[in-house]
Every structure is written in structure tokens, then in C-alpha cells.
Design a protein around this ligand. Structure first.
Ligand code: UDP
Length: 469
């Protein structure tokens, strides 16, 4: 363990201990929550497993970063077997977490440090959530994805019993009656039976952990998911706070959470482009595509004749590393396209040259796109992405689907771009995105954020009372 020495500005401040899950899409919202709590007067400790720990130098100087040993083999951390990874993290980190928290409580008693006000752990950290409660500390669970996604977690056992899961292609277009607006195709595509059972077991642990926590924070807003939030409130007896989207709760777009180095040169390149002309293309930090899809996507973008910025991160393309596009494509695209290995995404989306977002519909990317008013072209590939794409295209209607039959073809890409950028349908989609952006922005603007009761230190600490009552 390597706690930083407490700085003078932290002395006496109540402290919150935050425990992110080591994935980019989970670290970002947790560090944004940390920034929002810090600005409300709390001292911050980030507790992180050694695997993929954030770089101390990129975090605000006042934060403490404590890394805890996880003993996870690097192959498991890098594998797509998320259930085994998360189970192993919970098993291996529970004891170091207990040691840390017990030590922090002793330091507090001896007057060496400010009081630990509460712990916030990712919902996936079911073991530490229960350890915190055993030690008498309020433990809030953070759902970094949507409220709709949490409803899927809760419904998982009954969806299995009723035969929706594991999903079968023959059922893809069956409506999931318990979870409108989802069709079976929008659920997790874990088709291997052993993996499906492990995943179902993980979700059962997650839901049980949340139910025993002091409250659930969800990275969403009433304007996006009012009905879903209400439903969760009616199904669990805990306080449920729709807090976000969290990236809108902090003034700064960078909270030091990027695990890869951002290539900021694309911002200079965007400066040279026409306003509202560039398509930003990104598939987030995890999913991979095959070489055929990569090349068809590239040709589709080339054929669209529109400028684009495309994030091709290491590992995006299965089985080979592309750091640039093949020569023939490059010639065709000329200076119209810019490939980067990692972008300052929020700043790119904010840039006046960017007109649309071709996205995998990761939840953070989706909320970031909405807050910048970037209408979307959706190419969901796994996990919660299909469900989020359903909301983008059919509930909020602020994006179009990249329609694909079996394998992606370049014409599919071009067709989706044309649908969004030309004609009546695209115009309506773009108008609705402006409205949604406005609604979400209004509920999280600085003034309402500071006066709101849902993210004040007192409201968070009142969970201790809820617990006691
Ligand atoms: N991101 C980024 N630069 C990139 C691509 C992604 O900073 O080039 C960030 C993005 O802003 C988002 C996160 O990585 O906050 C990805 O999370 P998301 O939930 O969208 O997808 P995941 O990576 O979990 O699939």
C-alpha cells in the first residue's frame, strides 16, 4: 500500500474512499464523481487494484491514490472473460480493502486524519461493499452504466427462467415483455453456456451486493431515463440517486483518468476543418473488430467523402495492429481523415467541426455525445451497447442504426451516414438531439448542480441515517 502523505488542504476534511473497477469505462465516471465530491469539500482517496491503476501524476495533487495488491495474472486481466476477472478481483482484494479501511478508521479515531464519511464502490465490487458495511461505514454502489442496464441485471434470473437467455438468434426479434423497449437481440450475447452461467452468477452477486449497500448512485439523468429510475426505486428499498451524467457534474473535461496517452494533435487538425463537417468515430476502450469490418468501415468512411477522426486504439482490430490505414485507402482519403490511437474524446465531441458520432454506444460515450449534442450512428457490438443503441435510436431517437446483415459492408456505413446527414429523417434526428442535449444540460448545469440536494455531502452522508433507521 502506498498512501500519499495528507496535504495541508486535506487536514480535517471528511474523506470519501472511492473504489473504481479497473476498466476505462468504469474509472472515468468514478473519477468524475470524485471531482464532483472534492469540489463539495470532501477529501478524496482513490483505492485501486494494482491492475491498470491510474497514473498518480495525472491525478489532482490533493487526492490520495492507494493501490491494493490484487494478484491477478496479466492474462486474466487482459482477457475477455470479465466474469472470472471480476470474481478474482473481489476475492483477492476484499482482505486488503478491509485492512486499508480498518487502518483509516483507526487513524480517524486517533485524530490523525479526517473522518471517513462514506465509501463509493463500483457495483461490481460486491465484496468490498459488504466489508465497508461490516466496519460500520456507509457504502454506496455506483452504477457506471444506465438505469436500463441495472434493470437488466435485476431481471437476469427471471429472463433465464423464461428462456430469453442465453439469447438465440432465432428469438432475436422477440420483445422482452418485462423490459420494454428491449428485444431479445438487445440483451447480452453470451451464447456459450459455461460463460452464460458464470455471467449470471456474477450479476446475482452484483445485485445482492447493491441491495445490501447504503444506496445506489446511477450515472444517468431523469431526462434520459425517468421511467427506468422510477422503476428501480419501486423495486429496491434503497435510496437511488440519478446523479449525472457524471461528466457534466465537473467543470473540467479531464480528471486524470485516461489510461492511454491522448493524441491531442487531432484537435489542431479539427481547427482546420469546416464547422459541422467531421464525423468522429470511436469504439471505446474494450471491444474489438475483425480485419474485414475494419477495412469495410474504412472504405465506407472514405466513400462518404466526409472528413473524419477515427480512434484506432491498440487492440481494436483482432489479430493485427493498424496504426494507420492501408496505402490505397490513405491515397483515396488524402487529408480528409485522421486516425489516432486515443483521442481527448470529450474535447473532440465539443469541437465545432464535429457534426456526428459513429459510436459503439458504450454508456459513457453515449452520454458524452448527448451532452455535446452529437447525433449518433450506432454500431453496438457487445454487453450493454445493444440496449443503449435501442434507447438512442428508438426511445430518444437521436441517432440512426448502422444496419448490417451478417458482415458489415462499406455501403452500410455510407448508407447510415447519408440517412443521418441528409433528408427529413436525419434532420428530425438532429433536431431531437438538440432538444435532448438542452434538457439534460438544464438538469445538470452548474447552478442547479450546486444547489441540488442529490449530490451534496450532507445528502450522501444521510445514508448513514438511512442505515441506522
Ligand atoms: N475515450 C477517450 N478517448 C478515446 C476513446 C474513448 O477518452 O479515444 C473515453 C470516452 O470518453 C469514455 C471512455 O473512454 O469516457 C469509454 O467508455 P464507454 O463507456 O463509452 O465505452 P467502453 O470503453 O466501456 O466500451
Amino acid at each position: 500500500q502506498s498512501p500519499m502523505a495528507p496535504s495541508s488542504t486535506n487536514r480535517g476534511r471528511r474523506r470519501v474512499v472511492l473504489l473504481p473497477l479497473p476498466y476505462q469505462g468504469h474509472i472515468n465516471p468514478m473519477l468524475r464523481l470524485a471531482a464532483a465530491l472534492y469540489s463539495r469539500g470532501l477529501a478524496i482517496t482513490i483505492l485501486h487494484p494494482e491492475t491498470r491503476a491510474p497514473d498518480r501524476r495525472k491525478l489532482p495533487a490533493d487526492y490520495r491514490l492507494v493501490t491494493i495488491p490484487d494478484n491477478i495474472p496479466p492474462e486474466l486481466a487482459a482477457s475477455e472473460d470479465i466474469a472470472s476477472f471480476v470474481f478474482a478481483l473481489n476475492k483477492n482484494c476484499a482482505a486488503p480493502f478491509r485492512d486499508y479501511l480498518a487502518g483509516a478508521l483507526r487513524a480517524e479515531e486517533e485524530g490523525e486524519d479526517g473522518r471517513v464519511a462514506f465509501v463509493v464502490a463500483d457495483v461490481d465490487w460486491f465484496a468490498p461493499l459488504s466489508v465497508a458495511r461490516e466496519l460500520g461505514v456507509a457504502a454506496l454502489a455506483l452504477m457506471t452504466s444506465s438505469a436500463a442496464r441495472f434493470l437488466v441485471y435485476q431481471a437476469y434470473p427471471s429472463l433465464c427462467r423464461k428462456g430469453y437467455l442465453p439469447v438465440q438468434e432465432s428469438n432475436f426479434n422477440t420483445a422482452v415483455e418485462e423490459l420494454p423497449p428491449f428485444l431479445v437481440r438487445d440483451l447480452d450475447r453470451v451464447m456459450d453456456m459455461a460463460q452464460h452461467l458464470a455471467y449470471a452468477d456474477l450479476l446475482a452477486h452484483i445485485v445482492a451486493g447493491v441491495r445490501q449497500s447504503s444506496g445506489l448512485i446511477i450515472n444517468t439523468s431523469e431526462d434520459m431515463e425517468g421511467r427506468e429510475i422510477e422503476r428501480i426505486r419501486s423495486e429496491i428499498t434503497l435510496p437511488v440517486i440519478a446523479v449525472g451524467p457524471l461528466h457534466m457534474m465537473t467543470a473540467s473535461s479531464s480528471v486524470g483518468s485516461s489510461l492511454l496517452t491522448e493524441d491531442r494533435s487531432c484537435l489542431d487538425w479539427l481547427d482546420t476543418q469546416q464547422p459541422n463537417s467531421v464525423i468522429y468515430v470511436s469504439f471505446g476502450s474494450l471491444v474489438g473488430i475483425d480485419t474485414d469490418e475494419f477495412l469495410e468501415m474504412a472504405w465506407g468512411l472514405a466513400d462518404s467523402q466526409r472528413p473524419f477522426v477515427w480512434v484506432v486504439r491498440p487492440g481494436l482490430v483482432h489479430g493485427c495492429e493498424f496504426s494507420t490505414l492501408p496505402e490505397e485507402l490513405q491515397k483515396n482519403i488524402g487529408s480528409r481523415g485522421r486516425v489516432v490511437s486515443w483521442a481527448p474524446q470529450q474535447e473532440v465531441l465539443k469541437h465545432p467541426s464535429v457534426v456526428a458520432f459513429l459510436t459503439h454506444c458504450g454508456w459513457n460515450s453515449t452520454t458524452e455525445g448527448i451532452s455535446e449534442g452529437a447525433p449518433m450512428i450506432c454500431r453496438p457490438l457487445s454487453s450493454d451497447q445493444m440496449g443503449t443503441s435501442r434507447y438512442v435510436c428508438d426511445v430518444w431517437k437521436v441517432g440512426v442504426r448502422l444496419e448490417v446483415e451478417n458482415q458489415l459492408k462499406r455501403g452500410d456505413v455510407q448508407a447510415a451516414i447519408t440517412r443521418l446527414m441528409e433528408g427529413k429523417e436525419g434532420e428530425e434526428v438532429r433536431e431531437r438531439m438538440k432538444d435532448l442535449r438542452h434538457a439534460v444540460g438544464k438538469c445538470t448545469d452548474e447552478a442547479s448542480m450546486m444547489s441540488s440536494t442529490y449530490l451534496t455531502v450532507d445528502s450522501m452522508e444521510s445514508f448513514n441515517d438511512v442505515e441506522a433507521s
